[in-house]
Design a protein around this ligand. Structure first.
Ligand code: NAI
Length: 297
């Protein structure tokens, strides 16, 4: 089965370089009309450049169709204008990849609240703003595919990235609820946790691995998650051509004999035993499993 994006309009934020550029190029190669958004700033989000235009030129040189947008994902008016331009030119918006991001790494002890907020603002609020800008269009069209970009830091933690990790796991929460709210309108929402050698990670990768972790090798997972046959409410890890699935799980748990912290301590092994754990598809399943435990099931 070949996967085509013919007739689809896609927006990729932060697509002036790194992963976003790789996604934009491959979407265009497979027939999508692509909005290449990028503020063109440095790794910490300061400054501006023409990065988006350069990627549009690359797409056009390869025979594809694209438009550049230099707006910031944190600016609601700019994102609304970007979506309006895409709709006016191409008649709709079918795909949104929320990919734009910055880093302000520091140990939590040294991190100011401004540094914490700035990172939440671009990754989490920026993704909410861009998603809000396409949401009604996708609902009206009865078609939408949205990808949030999380990170192993959000899922599992990383020293020096408290702000980034909070933003990234926040995006998982956002995706999980939007997957539920979008289901009736054929709007599917997924999450990718990429690993690639880009300017964001170049100083973290051992030099001999830089060539292995090409951004293009994350694109297959990202593109599948925004394709017609995409699942919804999934989290994929992807890097160097390896694709993994990540889950937020819940153990069976234990009904305490007595509601005391001592009972929790006594039952610790059973509470954390992963035998029979589930992957809830909505928050209400927690209460349902609690009722089952109380009924001795
Ligand atoms: P990158 O720095 O090359 O790409 C991020 C892009 O977002 C840049 O081109 C930047 O100009 C743009 N951007 C920043 N603030 C923006 C704003 N307010 N509005 C519009 N554009 C803005 O880095 P990379 O690695 O390609 O990152 C892409 C995404 O993948 C990010 O969300 C990052 O957090 C995430 N990620 C990357 C990993 C990796 O291994 N490279 C690991 C985990 C997550």
């Amino acid at each position: 089965m070949s996967i085509s994006f013919e007739g689809r309009v896609a927006i990729v934020t932060g697509a002036g370089g790194g992963l976003g550029r790789a996604y934009a190029l491959e979407l265009a190669r497979r027939g999508a009309k692509v909005v290449v958004n990028d503020l063109g700033g440095s790794r910490d989000g300061t400054g501006h450049s023409d990065a988006a235009r350069a990627v549009v030129a690359e797409i056009e040189a390869a025979g594809g169709v694209a438009m550049a947008d230099g707006g910031s994902v944190t600016d609601g008016a700019q994102m609304a204008a970007m979506v309006a331009r895409a709709r006016d030119a191409w008649g709709g918006v079918h795909i949104l990849i929320n990919n734009a991001g910055i880093l302000k790494d520091k140990s939590f002890a040294k991190m100011s609240v401004e540094e914490f907020r700035a990172v939440i603002d671009v990754h989490l609020i920026g993704s909410a703003i861009c998603t809000g800008a396409v949401w009604e269009t996708m609902r009206e069209q009865n078609y939408g595919r949205i990808l949030m970009t999380a990170s192993s830091t959000g899922l599992y933690g990383n020293f020096g990235q408290a702000n980034y990790g909070a933003a990234k796991l926040g995006l998982v929460g956002l995706a999980k609820t939007l997957a539920l709210e979008g289901a009736r309108c054929n709007v599917r929402v997924n999450v990718i946790a990429p690993t690639a050698a880009t300017r964001m990670t170049e100083d973290l990768f051992p030099p001999e691995l830089l060539g292995r972790f090409k951004p293009e090798l994350v694109a297959p997972a990202a593109l599948f998650l925004v394709s017609e046959e995409a699942p919804t409410n999934t989290i994929l890890g992807a890097g160097a051509g390896v694709v993994q699935a990540a889950y937020v799980t819940l153990t069976k748990g234990v009904a305490l004999d007595e509601p005391t912290p001592e009972a929790v301590a006594a039952q610790w092994a059973a509470i954390t035993d992963r035998t029979g754990e589930i992957v809830p598809q909505a928050g209400a399943e927690q209460a349902m499993t609690i009722m089952q435990r109380l009924q001795g099931r």
